[in-house]
Design a protein around this ligand. Structure first.
Ligand code: MN
Ligand code: MN
Length: 312
């Protein structure tokens, strides 16, 4: 492993080959604390696609991250040994085969004791990621930051899986601890008046955007800390951000979180038993000035900083 990852010390952000934070690209996890994994898959998308280009673009945007987190006072790459594991070998025409490949690759990584951070891809990838994590840790406490509940019934009857259904199946499969599932930032027009009631019935605590804006991020974080007793998995859909901050996504919803509120939300997870993270739905073809990818890369860096604090 490279003892001197050149994330700014030796190379300028526009130089070199863009692995995440220009970390070593390897599948050798001996001594690795954290692995970054890309899942360039967008065939679970119901509207406009393009998230298959997300992992590569987030890696490129990550080169602007200089390394020290001044807010949390930690330099994650000094505390943690992090590698870029590359991408899952997805099959763009088969969600079923891709999901199997995701569970397998994720399982191989976390079985070694390495914490996994995954870059999507659309939100369908989170179900196979949760399967892998629940196999290792048992059912997880789940923090789900999104504009959408993603607990819908199958839109396409013959194929139950899409980016609108992962958490219905995760709940039905018992991958999530009872009462320890929060959806934060929920909003927008929906297909039926009972959609939210269905999600609550399945076991979701829905925190709408109105509740976040009225109570404030700190109050929502208090509830997260009160509820989550188990190993905490965090899944962050970039469309939780307002399209003004994250236009590069497939199903944008107006009236969302600011980029600052999202940073606060992730930072505020400090102290929980954090076991895994994914960031999904970045669609570079719809982005402007790479602002969505830059936000995504910085949110991953915040999570990485929390892992460093947890490790220390
Ligand atoms: Mn989603
Ligand atoms: Mn969404």
């Amino acid at each position: 492993m490279n003892d001197n990852p050149a994330f700014g010390a030796n190379l300028q952000p526009f130089m070199g080959i863009p692995s995440f934070m220009r970390l070593p690209v390897t599948r050798d996890l001996k001594d690795a604390d954290v692995a970054i994994l890309g899942v360039p898959f967008d065939s679970g998308t119901s509207y406009r696609s393009g998230t298959r280009f997300g992992p590569r673009k987030i890696r490129e945007a990550s080169l602007m991250i200089w390394g020290h987190n001044a807010t949390l006072n930690v330099t994650p790459l000094k505390t943690l040994r992090v590698v870029d594991y590359g991408d899952v070998s997805v099959i763009p025409t088969s969600i079923e085969h891709t999901m199997t490949a995701i569970t397998q690759t994720a399982g191989e990584i976390i079985e070694t004791g390495t914490t996994l951070i995954t870059l999507g891809g659309d939100h369908s990838i989170t179900l196979p990621l949760l399967r892998a994590h629940a196999k290792k840790h048992g059912p997880v406490s789940l923090v789900h930051i999104d504009a959408h509940i993603d607990t819908w019934e199958a839109e396409f009857e013959a194929v139950p899986y899409s980016h609108g259904t992962p958490f219905r199946y995760a709940l039905q499969e018992g991958l999530i601890r009872k009462g320890e599932y929060m959806q934060i930032g929920i909003r927008g027009p929906i297909s039926g008046e009972n959609d939210y009631a269905d999600a609550r019935q399945l076991g979701a605590r829905i925190v709408t955007i109105h509740e976040v804006m009225e109570k404030g991020v700190a109050a929502i974080l208090n509830e997260v800390h009160e509820r989550m007793k188990g190993p905490v998995y965090v899944t962050l859909d970039i469309d939780s951000a307002d399209p003004a901050y994250a236009p590069g996504t497939g199903t944008p919803e107006v009236g969302g979180l600011t980029s600052y509120q999202l940073l606060q939300l992730v930072r505020g997870l400090r102290g929980l038993n954090l076991i895994g993270f994914d960031l999904v739905e970045v669609s570079p073809p719809f982005d402007h000035g790479d602002i969505t990818a830059i936000l995504a890369a910085n949110l991953v860096f915040e999570y990485l900083s929390l892992l460093a604090l947890q490790h220390r």
